[in-house]
Design a binder for this molecule. Sequence first.
Ligand code: SF4
Length: 692
Amino acid sequence: VVELGMPTRTVLTTCAYCGVGCSFKAELRGDELVRMVPYKNGGANEGHSCVKGRFAFGYASHPDRVMEPMVRDTIADEWRTVSWEEAITFTARRLREIQAEHGQGSIGAITSSRTTNEEVYAVQKMVRAVFGNNNVDTCARVCHSPTGYGLKQTFGESAGTQDFRSVDESDVILVIGSNPTDAHPVFGSRMKQRIRQGAKLIVIDPRRIDLVRSPHVQAAHHLELRPGTNVAIINALAHVIVTEGLVDRDFVTSRCEDFETWEAFIAQPEHSPEAVAEICGVPAEEIRAAARLYATGGNAAIYYGLGVTEHSQGSTMVMGMANLAMATGNIGRAGVGVNPMRGQNNVQGSCDMGSFPHELPGYRHVSDDDVRSIYEHLWGTPILNEPGLRIPNMFDAAIDGSFKALFVQGEDIAQSDPNTQHVFAALGALDLLVVQDLFVNETAKFAHVLLPGTSFLEKDGTFTNAERRINRVRPIMAPRTGKQEWEIICEIAQAMGYPMHYDSAAQIMDEIALTTPTFMGVSFAKLDELGSIQWPCNVEHPDGTPIMHSDEFTRGKGRFMETMYVPTSERSTRKFPLILTTGRILSQYNVGAQTRRTANVAWHAEDVLEIHPHDAEVRGVTDGDLVALSSRVGRTELRAKISDRMPVGVCYTTFHHPVSGANVVTTDNSDWATNCPEYKVTAVQVDLIPAS
Ligand code: SF4
C-alpha cells in the first residue's frame, strides 16, 4: 500500500494517449507526480478515464529516457553525447551540406501525432521556410489520410462531424472497422451506455469485437465481412436505401449535389446485396436489414476506425460512408454524422497544422497563390507551390539515392510503417537521419543525430482530439532535457540561417490563429477561459463548433461521389492462404514506446497471433505454440492464440512490440488516393515451429 497523502499542487492537462483526449488533473506532491485524476469537467471525458491515461505515465521518468543529445558520423559508430549547441550546429551544417550537394529537395521531415500542435507547426514551418520545399508528412499518412481526403471531397472539411456528446442522441450506431472499447475506451463506454439505453448497434467488422461479444450490449446486426470488401458492402447498403425508397429527398435536394448521377450508379444491380453477398461473405438479407435500420431507425451515426482507412480503397470507403449519411439526411444535427475515431492523441491536430506535402495549415493546397502569400508575407520567404514527398515517396527516393536527409519528430517509422525491410533499406541509405524522441527507438538505430524529446508532462501546448476539440497540455515540470521540442526546431532553423523564434508555445498558437481561418478565434487565454474549443472557431463561431455542416456543408453543397468497388490485389493464394488483419489492444498504445515502459506491459508482454480453431487444427497449432508468420515480403515469429473472434481464413495480430515486428509481413499496397498502407489485408501463411 502506498501512502499518497494530500497533493500540494494540481495541474490540469490532457492524456498523452488516444484520440479521445481525456482531461486529467495531475496531482503532485512537491515535484513528484503521484496520480492522474480524470477531470469531471473535461469536455471529452466528463470525469471518466481508462487504464492508459489513469495509470500509464511512468514512462516519462523511465531510465531509458534519452536525456542528452547524441551524434555519430555513421551508424556503425558509437554514439557521442554532446551539448545542445554541438548537436544543433552539427544537424544544421549537415542539412546545408546535403542540400548544397544534392539539391533543395533532397531533405525533408516527418511529424508525429504524439506531439503538440505547436511542435508540428514549427516543423512544417522549418521545412517550408528553411528547407525550401514541401517534403513534410505526418504519421497520419499511415492511418487517417483517407479520412482527410474522403471527407474533404464530400463535405469540404477533413474532420469528424460531431462532438462525443452527440452519441447520447443517437438511435442507431453504425461502427465500421473500429474497436472502440479497446482503442478509445472512454468513448467506447459512452457508446455502450447509449446502446444499453436502447440505441440499436450495427457492427461491420471481420472480427467479433467486444461490442459484439459483450453480455451488456447486443448488436442488432454484425456484418462479418471478408477483409478488403468494405466498399462492396457500403455500396450494397446504399443500394438498398436507394432502391427501397429510403432516401431523404428533401435533404439531398436542398443540401447536396451530384445526387442523381450517384443514384443511377448505386442503383445498378451489381451493387445489390445479392450481388455482393458472395464477395463480402455476408448474407444478402443481413445487409438489407442493416440498411433499413440505418435509414429508418431515427438518428443514425457512423463511427469508424482504421479498419476503414487502411485499405487500398480507404478513401473510397470514407466517401461511401459520407454518401450513406447524406442520402439519409443523417448529417448536421446531434445524434448523426460521420466520425473518424483517431488513434493517437493528436492525429487531427497534426493534419490541421499543415504537416502534409500538399497542404498548408487548415488543409489549403500549396498551389493556392492567395494562401501561400499569407505565409510568404509573414515568414519573409517564398514557399514552393508544388507538393512535396509523401512518406512512402521519401522511402523510395532514399533507396533511389535522390533523398538524403530526414528529420523524424517523435515517430518510430521503423516499427510502425509497413514492409519493414523496405523501411530499413530506406533509412540505411540516408546520409543524415535526425530523430527527436524520448527513447532510442527502432528508427533511432539508423540515426546520426538523436535529440531528446519531452514527455507530455513537460510539454506546453495543445492536442486536438477526434471531435476537433483543442485541449491544453500544461507542463507539470520544466523539460527534463532542458528544451521544449519547438525550441529545438527554432534553433536548428536559426543555425541554418533563418530567423525563427518564439517566446512561448502560446505565441506559436497566436501565429496559427493569425494564418488559419478555422483557428482564428483560438488562443491559450481563451482555452484557459473555456476549457477547450472545437474548431472551427472564428467570428461566426467564437466559442467553437461542436457539430459541423448544420445549415450548409463547408464546401457549400455536400457532394455525392461514385464509389466503385475494386478488389485489392492482395489475395490469398496456395502459398499464402490466410488473410492477416491488424489492430490494437486496451492496455497498449501504438508502437508501445510509452506503454511498454509502464506496468501495463504486464498485461500484454508480447504480440500474439490470433488464429481460428479450424486454421490452427489443420496446421497442428495449439494455444501458445510458436508459429512462423510469413507473407510475400517477410517473415516473423509469434505465439499463437486460438480464437474464434475471426472467421475461418482470417488471423489477427497487433504491432505493440518491436521483436515480433508484425510490419515485417505487411506489404507496400496502399490507398489509391493517399498512399495509406493496406495494413488490414495481407495474405500470409502460418506454420508451426516445432519445439526443439
Ligand atoms: Fe487517454 Fe484515450 Fe484512455 Fe482517455 S480513453 S484516458 S484519452 S487513452
